[in-house]
Design a protein around this ligand. Structure first.
Ligand SMILES: [Zn+2]
Length: 184
């Protein structure tokens, strides 16, 4: 792919890191400069969430970083040596005391979005958030359902398609499709 399709990206951690029990599977955050199209790493998840929140109104350029300009070489190159997932722009920053997790499925087919709520429970959809607020009305002035987005990042297929886990998952899906079409 000559030019990565979308503004913000994050690549999942290695499977070894995942096995160590960390639930968050994103290992590195990066943003693409809208002028020179180089990729710059973003040091923390919090910073990434801040720039993602305003991405359309406030597109990212190299000069936003101290002592950095479009003339400097990129921090990382886009290639298939790591898995890339492209996040959606303009996702609201998670409300205080919540954490938004992107968790890669074992067959690398999809990421699931969860929020860890202030009580430690996970919310997987807006309905779960509503349930939390109904059970904990004290939070209603601090947390609104609109601040939650379950939009999933898109996995760049060419960066996973060489993985055996991905191939196995794909083959399984194919079998299912074949089985259901032969039934008809
Ligand atoms: Zn630039």
């Amino acid at each position: 792919m000559a030019s990565p399709p979308a503004p913000v990206s994050a690549s999942p951690a290695s499977s070894a890191q995942r096995k160590r029990g960390s639930t968050e599977t994103i290992g590195l955050y990066a943003v693409q400069c809208c002028e020179c199209h180089k990729w710059r790493t973003v040091p923390t998840k919090e910073e990434f969430e801040t720039l993602r929140e305003n991405f359309t109104d406030d597109p990212w350029v190299c000069t936003k970083r101290l002592d950095c300009s479009c003339k400097d070489p990129g921090d990382i190159e886009y290639d298939s040596s790591r898995i890339w997932v492209i996040d959606k722009p303009n996702i609201p920053k998670p409300p205080p005391k919540t954490d938004r997790l992107a968790v890669m499925r074992g067959d690398l087919s999809k990421l699931d979005i969860y929020y860890v709520m202030p009580n430690g429970k996970r919310a997987r959809c807006t309905g779960d958030v509503q349930k939390f607020l109904d059970a904990n009305p004290d939070y209603k002035d601090r947390i609104s359902v609109e601040s939650f987005s379950f939009a999933t990042p898109k996995i760049v297929e060419e960066t996973v398609s060489h993985s055996s886990a991905w191939k196995a998952g794909k083959a399984k899906k194919q079998d299912k499709t074949n089985a259901s079409s032969s039934k008809n």
